[in-house]
Each structure stands twice: as structure tokens, then as C-alpha cells.
Ligand binder design. Structure first.
Ligand SMILES: [Mg+2]
Length: 421
């Protein structure tokens, strides 16, 4: 039996509000209520960022500072501190990578996120956008705006609408409604000269451009016509490109006292497999190789791996493979200090396109996605039934670091319910 579904993508464009200005005001409370320009105060330098009150006076970035000062003689001009901005930027991007590994940083204060996978089980795109904004605010203390849409082009337009300090969403069924009245000059990539030619030819809105025959538009624009006609229709298939693709996903657990009991080790593996599978689903990745990592009390560390019959993101399959690797080790085992599961040889799960030949795998995956949903909703109230046999332990979970390895140090000796950091 074969089933195929195509879901629209959910792309977020996250953009900090007047980033340099916000950063200066964060560090210098005395400037919080003052009109502020960030830029070197020299004869040839330009404005890097201006506070919103000054924008109303015509001050804008890339304007000569001298001209900005004439428009706003009362403004404070702050010398840029790029090292500080980079530091804040790193904090912002790390926060975004906790939501999904599919983050494309486009500048110091801007990134695209493909939320299509991360959204499974985590509420609406708007709820996730709200959490992203809260996350950035609590990590670095700065306001961000988020645009949500089915592609990058529309998401960027949406974040423009969201500013300042807001969320704006263009769901698939409202793309036309958003684009049709839009003046063509506001379409991405349309410069003043192009806009003028298009207006002369009778196209003044994106809607008119979308309705036109591409050949007619080509008479005005030549080669660029097709791309622009597609944008006017809201079509943009560019993927979110991460700087480095994660090659593997892992989770590990250090016991507070060494363990030799196989049942405890298996329960821990199941728990870790769920963590890894959840992250794989969030990243829209399947993995083909499962690796077991085990460290004895004397700190010697061993790794064993096994190829699955087919790429998977199902915890049950990961746990079964890890468990069989555990049982294949010479028994009885020496006391175990740390145990870990990795999923390697990752491939894209299909960016919204699912092709399955196995209904039982589908059912299991659906069940685990439901659990993602419940876990997200109750922030760790539930965990796989087989993990609840022991007393509910205390623990803390961190999302994996950027190398793809998650190190979980927990206060208790047994793993348990999920909590989100
Ligand atoms: Mg910005």
C-alpha cells in the first residue's frame, strides 16, 4: 500500500527589531528613551540602524550620518560595537537552533527557519512563533519579529509586516489576499526602474502581474519575467539551507551511580531513543545507522553500530537496534557509567513529502508524533509507558548542542518524563 501526502511548508523569517539600536539600549539603560542612531560619527560614514521614532523623521539605515544628524539633531549617535552584536547574534541563533536545526542565518540579526518538521505536535505556527520570540527575549533580552508563510519570499514580507515586536502570518489560503493589492515596487527584487516599466505597461500590483501572461510580462522585462511572475503568484521553492547539515543526532545519559542492571540500561536506551527520534522528526530527517555508546566505570568507552533495514525516525526501531547492540556485548557487563544512542547517515525525510510502503511503520510514527504533541503540550508530563514502571525521576533535558550530540546530565539515576528546556 502506498500513501503520499504533500503538506505546505511553514517557513519563519525571524528578524530583530532595530538590532543595533536595541543592543545599545540593552547595555545602556540611559538611552532607552532617547532617539538613537548607531553609526560612526564621521563625515563619510552611514547610519547602521536608527530607532523607530527617528525613522518617522526620515532617518534610515545606509543614509549618511551627517544627513541623519541634520534631520534629527537631538539624536544620540552611538559608535557601533560589532563584537557585542556578534555575541548577541550567537545567542539568538543558538536559541533558534533549539527550535529546529533547519536554521539559515542570512545576516547578524536575521534567519529563516523551516518549521515544517518542528511543528508536528507543537501547536500552531503562531504559537511556535510566540515561543521563539519569548525564547530570544529571555536569552538575550531583545525584541524580535517573526513572519510566517509557506516560503522564504513571503515569510520575509511577513516579518516586515510584523515589525516592530510582533508576528505576522500569511497562511497558504491567504497568500493571494496578501499579494494581490501589493504595489509591484514592494515585490522582492523589483527596483525603481523595473517598477516604472511595469507600471507603464499596466502592471501596478502583484495581482495584475500574477494574472498576466508570462510572455506579455517578458516583453517588458525580458529574462527576469518568469521569476517575477512566480513571485507575484507567491511561488518560491528555495529551500532553507543550513550552514552545516547535521550528519548525526545523539543523546546520552550519565548515571549518578554506575549501573550493571540490564533492565535499567534498556529503559534508558528506550528513553534516549525517544529523545533522538523526536529530534530527527523535528529536523525532518531519517537515519539509517544506529550507534550505541557505552562507557564503563574506568572511563573506557566503546561504540557499536548497526544498519537498519531502512532509514527511520521511529523510537521503537532505534531502541530495538540499540538494545540488540547492548545484548551483543560480552555479558555480564562491567558497571556502566554512561550510555548513549546516535542516529547516523541522516537523509532528508522528504521536506513535507511522505512516501511510505509500510502502514505499520506509519501507524507507529503517528503514535510517536502524537506523543511529541502531548509532551509539548504538557511540557514533560508523559513519557513512554514502559518508562513509567519506576518511580517518576527528576531530570532535566537539554537540546543537543550544535555538533548534534546531546549530553544529558541528570540528577536522578533513572531517566524519565520529558521536559523542554
Ligand atoms: Mg533586523
Amino acid at each position: 500500500m502506498e500513501s503520499q501526502r504533500r503538506r505546505p511548508r511553514v517557513i519563519a523569517h525571524v528578524d530583530m527589531d532595530a538590532f543595533y539600536v536595541s543592543a545599545e539600549r540593552l547595555d545602556r539603560p540611559q538611552w532607552r528613551q532617547r532617539p538613537l542612531i548607531v553609526g560612526h560619527d564621521g563625515p563619510r560614514s552611514v547610519v547602521l540602524s536608527a530607532s523607530y521614532d527617528l525613522r518617522a523623521l526620515g532617518v534610515h539605515s545606509s543614509q549618511p550620518v551627517a544627513q541623519a544628524k541634520r534631520l534629527a539633531p537631538h539624536a544620540v549617535v552611538a559608535e557601533p560595537r560589532h563584537a557585542r552584536y556578534q555575541e548577541l547574534s550567537a545567542g539568538i541563533m543558538a536559541t533558534l537552533r533549539q527550535v529546529t536545526p533547519l536554521v539559515e542565518q542570512v545576516s547578524v540579526d536575521e534567519a529563516y527557519l523551516d518549521l515544517s518538521g518542528a511543528l508536528r505536535g507543537r501547536g500552531t505556527p503562531e504559537e511556535l512563533a510566540a515561543r521563539i520570540r519569548e525564547g530570544i527575549r529571555s536569552a538575550v533580552g531583545l525584541p524580535a519579529s517573526v513572519g510566517l508563510a509557506p516560503n522564504k519570499f513571503l515569510a520575509k514580507m511577513a516579518s516586515g509586516e510584523a515589525k516592530p515586536d510582533g508576528v505576522f502570518s500569511i497562511p497558504p489560503n491567504r497568500v493571494r489576499e496578501f499579494l494581490d493589492p501589493l504595489p509591484i515596487a514592494e515585490l522582492f527584487g523589483v527596483g525603481e526602474a523595473t517598477a516604472r516599466s511595469l507600471r507603464l505597461a499596466g502592471y501596478s500590483t502583484a495581482g495584475q502581474l500574477a494574472a498576466a501572461h508570462p510572455e506579455d510580462v517578458a516583453k517588458v522585462l525580458g529574462q527576469g519575467a518568469m521569476k517575477l511572475a512566480l513571485l507575484a503568484r507567491g511561488v518560491d521553492d528555495r529551500p532553507v539551507v543550513t550552514e552545516r547539515e547535521e550528519k548525526s543526532l545523539g543523546a546520552e545519559h550519565t548515571f549518578s551511580t554506575d549501573v550493571r542492571d540490564l533492565a535499567t540500561l534498556e529503559r534508558t536506551l528506550l528513553w534516549l531513543a525517544h529523545r533522538v527520534a523526536e529530534r530527527a522528526r523535528a529536523a525532518d530527517r531519517l537515519g539509517e545507522v544506529v550507534a550505541l555508546k557505552i562507557r564503563w566505570e574506568d572511563f573506557t568507552t566503546h561504540s557499536r553500530q548497526r544498519r537498519l533495514d531502512r532509514p527511520s525516525d521511529a523510537a521503537a526501531e532505534l531502541a530495538a537496534a540499540a538494545s540488540s547492540l547492548l545484548h551483543a556485548l560480552p555479558q555480564p557487563l562491567p558497571p556502566v557509567r554512561l550510555i548513549g544512542v546516535r542516529l547516523d547517515s541522516l537523509t532528508p525525510a522528504g521536506a513535507g513529502l511522505q512516501l511510505s510502503l509500510d502502514p505499520t511503520q506509519d501507524a507507529r510514527r503517528d503514535a510517536e508524533e502524537t506523543m511529541d504533541r502531548i509532551n509539548a503540550r504538557f511540557a514533560g508530563a508523559l513519557s513512554p509507558a514502559s518508562l513509567l514502571g519506576s518511580a517518576r525521576p527528576r531530570r532535566r533535558i537539554e537540546r543537543g548542542d550544535e555538533s548534534g550530540t546531546a549530553a544529558h546530565e541528570t540528577p536522578g539515576n533513572s531517566p524519565g518524563a520529558q521536559g523542554r528546556g
